[in-house]
Design a protein around this ligand. Structure first.
Ligand code: GYE
Length: 327
């Protein structure tokens, strides 16, 4: 008798589970939007940009009524790949991720394609021969950011009336899209300008601590022979500034400081005159991500690339009325 009761209970539980799964498929929200489960692999928490990006995605998922499975990879590609595999196993409706580096994604993205789960690249890009491994990319035009940084420096050289400006570069994570493209854009913008000479490029991995280490190394090597610091993000700039002051130089005056991101802390320092130019890179990609995921769920086609509009803030402008940055 007991065996029969247990079997009946098991069958009931199984039936309930099947109904629930079926329910997730058919469940729709009041506005008639389909229910949607989004798996998002975030690469880490290395900067205020990244933390702002994570917060924005969480907030917008809530606003749009989208189920969000967020995994933080703590700067490790293998953790991102494991997260993507878990999203596939869970059969999420859409996968999105911010690839820490550009190479090494084909295998796991082929598994997502095999499972019929669309993939959205957020913030950064990948390099692949198979363009159908992802549906679209939402994020900044990093080449343009680098180009704008170079354009600013050419204007600054005019203002300073200098015949020679010697530049050091502190780059972001090796082989990441922002590192490769911010470097390329900057070099293309200054190419042919005899006044502007690249001394050396060192990798600071988008981290405050590494930005400080890089600046210490460069100051020990070049001393007062550095005229410009081009840093790929605010965190590394914030690490470099105290080292410049410790060496007896005034950032923003003895050395031109150019940064990228535009978080509140760096903007405040720009207003103080210790940074000369910040190229904006907004982390607020959540709304576009949610709208794109919902469009895919509805079976609509979406733009292949979506770039946010971004500004340049510098000592050429009156920044007193700049609203709070939110990251
Ligand atoms: O510039 C930096 C973050 O991928 C645009 O990554 C992002 C970059 C950003 O660590 O602060």
């Amino acid at each position: 008798m007991k065996g029969k009761i247990r079997l009946a209970a098991l069958l009931l539980a199984l039936l309930g589970l099947l109904c629930a799964c079926g329910a997730r498929e058919e469940e729709t929200r009041e506005q008639g939007e389909p229910s949607l489960l989004l798996g998002f692999s975030q690469l880490g928490s290395e900067s205020s940009w990244r933390i702002g990006n994570t917060r924005d995605i969480e907030q917008k998922a809530e606003e749009y009524g989208i189920g969000l499975m967020m995994e933080n990879a703590n700067q490790k590609q293998e953790n991102q790949i494991a997260a993507l595999r878990s999203f596939i196993a869970y059969r999420v409706d859409v996968i999105a991720f911010s690839p820490i580096v550009e190479e090494g994604w084909d295998h796991v993205l082929k598994e997502a394609r095999q499972a019929g789960i669309p993939v959205i690249l957020v913030d950064r890009d990948i390099v692949t021969e198979e363009q159908d491994l992802y549906v679209c990319k939402i994020g900044a035009d990093f080449y343009q950011e680098g180009f704008q940084a170079g354009e600013y420096l050419r204007r600054k050289a005019d203002t300073l009336g200098k015949e020679k400006l010697r530049i050091v570069e502190i780059t972001g994570t090796e082989d990441s899209t922002p590192m490769r493209q911010r470097q390329a854009g900057f070099r293309d913008a200054i190419a042919g300008d005899e006044r502007l000479e690249m001394l050396e490029s060192v990798n600071g991995d988008f981290l405050i601590s590494r930005g400080a280490e890089c600046m210490r190394y460069l100051l020990e090597k070049y001393g007062d022979g550095i005229d410009v610091v081009y840093s790929h993000n605010d965190e590394m700039t914030l690490g470099a500034l105290p080292e410049i002051e410790r060496a007896g130089f005034v950032p923003g005056k003895d050395l031109v400081i150019i940064s990228i991101d535009g978080g509140q802390k760096a903007i405040d320092i720009l207003k103080e005159g210790k940074i000369n130019c910040i190229v904006e890179c907004t982390p607020m990609l959540g709304s576009t991500l949610m709208e794109t995921a919902l469009a895919l769920k509805r079976g609509e086609t979406v733009e292949r690339e979506t770039h946010p509009v971004e500004k340049v803030f510098s000592d050429e402008q009156d920044l007193s009325s700049l609203p709070p940055r939110g990251y």
